[in-house]
Structure formats: structure tokens, C-alpha cells
Ligand binder design. Sequence first.
Ligand SMILES: Cc1ncc(COP(=O)(O)O)c(C=O)c1O
Length: 445
Amino acid sequence: MDSRKSIEESREDFPSLKRQRKGKPPIYLDNACTTLVPRQVFESIQEYYTEYPSCSGTRSRHWFAQEVSDHIEGNPGKGIKGSRQIIAEFINAGSKKEIIFTLNTTHALNMVALGFPFQPGDVVLLTDTEHNSNLLPWLKLQKAGRIKVDFTVTNDRFDLDAFEWKLKTGRVRLVSMAYTSNVTGYTIPAREITKIAHQYGALVLLDGAQAVPHQTIDVQNLDADFLAFSLHKMCGPRGVGVLYGKKELLGQMPHEEGEAEHVIVPVIQGGGTVADSTYYSYTLMLPPDRFEAGIQNYPAQIASGAAVQYIQQIGMDRIRDHEASLNHFLSEELMNRYGDTGWFSIVGPQDAAQRGGILTFEVKRPNAMGIAADLSEKNNVMIRDGVFCVHAYFNEKFGPEWTRPISHSEHRMVYRVSSYFYNTMEECRVFLEALDEIFKERGYI
Ligand SMILES: Cc1ncc(COP(=O)(O)O)c(C=O)c1O
């Protein structure tokens, strides 16, 4: 018998799903932005504030501090695994010392961008669908003359030959790519990418913000050098993310200058990162401490473990399959209803199986703005509109003027529906009917 929690049972854990407005429950389909939070996670946060609201045992030696450390670093004697170890096992890292707590994915990506020992002329290779968080740090470095940024086009399929050509012909030092795109939902063939990149001496940083919450991740099998992700996209607390880095890339030397090629150095320094300091110099702690400067978000770090254990209880394969079946249903219904109209299209691969839980669609009609607000106002259905922090992709695809009306009567708007394991088929049906009603009201159909 399957002892895992069922989808219906899991919904009981989310108090926000119990809310009602205008006599109707919320239908939350904005999970690619941030997910809802089960009570197990905020009970963990509450436990910190109620029971041991102090710094950790790396600073103070008292009872409360020890309990904070127990919940982050583990205490086998008390049968506590600790959130760092829970996360390490979740992504199959070789050691919990490879798990660095950050503020979020953006912070983790910037840590690599700013800490990596680039040489002038080095190229960083991205895809054409990067979130601003994996574009701007590199553009900034390019502006400062430290690197060159180049792109490989993904369209609806990652072209491994074109990718290899870039590595063969350019001085690519680092490949930094969204594992799953937050706009198209497309998941790149990461294993093949790391294999090819390594053949040409380049390292690979995966932006796992939209991948880690939705599928089984095995960093050793992927052979990824770095992986960044956020807990708030996987039922966890806000304000905490992770940078995974292979042990040999996080440094072992007491001073930045002594580190080997490819090792990232900490860019933010301060309390907790050094073993010693004088008026003239300092010696660094070993990783991960050297990267976690200042008093940390301990409750969020502790609750990260609760979040990971929660989604493990649902099962990563089941999460992936459930999202796929919802997306298949939604995509088919939408295309059957509006696919021939000429003003409705799905962004990214047309095959729903290649888009995980993400369904982004374009509406090219008069007054196409405000559909997300209407869905929320009238039916409590929450989806996302706008550019999803992927301005560059849309500017390239539609032209820089695309956010303005394309004629005096037509407007182009993009909407994103993103599901998670607690969403149901019934919710998808409500969304579809509500959208249909809005299209009718606007005279589109
Ligand atoms: C692909 C991708 N990368 C990076 C981010 C940034 O994540 P965060 O805001 O948690 O730093 C997001 C957020 O939506 C994302 O979808």
C-alpha cells in the first residue's frame, strides 16, 4: 500500500486553501512565482521563535544556540538530522558541506557571478530564456569588462550541436542556464549539457528555481558544478535559498588568493565567515561557513528541512506526474477551444509533456490586459500576467515595442498558469470556465 500522503490529504495542510471570498475558495495557480505553505513549515518556524529564538552554536555555546544548531547541522544523539543534511540528501549532494544557505536563487546566482575567478575574455554562456536573476549578474560583469556574455537559442528544443559549437569555438568558462524555464516550462537536457561543457573545460551552474521543486534532482548524476534554488518555490519559508557547489569548487585555503582555479571566493564577508582576524588580515572558515556571513535567517533555514521533508512525503515523481496531467488537460482544452482563433497561442513547446507544470499563453486581442485581475476578482482564480522577469526573451521574440498596443485596437498580453501538487482537476475546470466567460464578455468569442 502507498503510505504517501494523497493530494486530497495534503490540501488539508494548507490553511490558505480553506479561505473563502464571495463564498468561493481560492484557486492558486501562481506556483512558479511562489508556492503556498503547509502548516508543518510554519509550525517549524513557530517552534524556533517559541522554543529557542537565538543565534546558532557556531557563535554562542548556550542551550538555545545548541538547539538552533541541532536543527540546522543535526544532532545524531538526539535523532535530529538537521536541515542542511536533509537538503543535501534531497538533491543527492556528496556532503552537507556543499549546501550553502542563501537568501534565494538570485542571491545564489550572484554569489557565483561575483565570486568566480574569471579571466578577461572568458565567456559565460546562457540560454535565450533566462530569468533576470540569471541574466543581469552576467550583463553587469560584461559591462565591467570582466566577461563576455553569449547565448544559445533554446526555442522549443535545446540544440546540443549548436551548444557544442559555441564551446568549440568560444572561450566559454562557465555555462549558466535555467534548468527549467519559468516562461516556457521547458527543461534543458542538463546531463548532456554538463557532459559536453566538461569536455571543453567549462563549468556548469544550473538555475534550479523551477526545477528542484518539481522533479527528482541528483546533482552527482547530473555532474552539475553549481545549483541554485529557492525554498519559497517548494512550500518553504520566504527569504531562504541554497547554493550547492561541488566541494572542490568552494575552496579550502585560508585566504582567497591561495585558491585553485575555478574556486569561488566569498563576496560578502563578516561575522561567522572567518576563523581569525587581525587589524591587517583574516583567515577564512571552511565552506559552507565562509559563505554565510552575519546572523542568519535561522527559522527559515530550519523550516527548509520541514519543507523538503513535506514534499518528499508527497513524492517527487508523483509531483511531476500530477503537474503533467493537469498541464496536459489544460493545454488540450485551451487549444481545442481557442487554438484556431489566430489570437490565442501557447508560448514554448506545444507538447504539454515538455512544459512541466507551466502553461504560458498569449492573447492578441483588443483589451487583452487585465484578464488575470478579472479572474481573481470574479472567481478567486490566481494566475500571473506580465513578463515574468524574462524581459529580454519577450523583447527579442515580439520586438521592443511589444508591451505597447500593437495597433490602436489590438494588444498582446501573456499569461502564465503554474500548478503544484495541491492543485486539482476541478480547479483547472473552474479556471477554464472563468476564462471562457471573460473571453465572451470581451467579445473575443
Ligand atoms: C528560473 C528562475 N530563476 C530565478 C528566479 C529567482 O528566484 P528568487 O526570486 O527566489 O531569487 C526565478 C523566480 O521566479 C525563476 O523562475
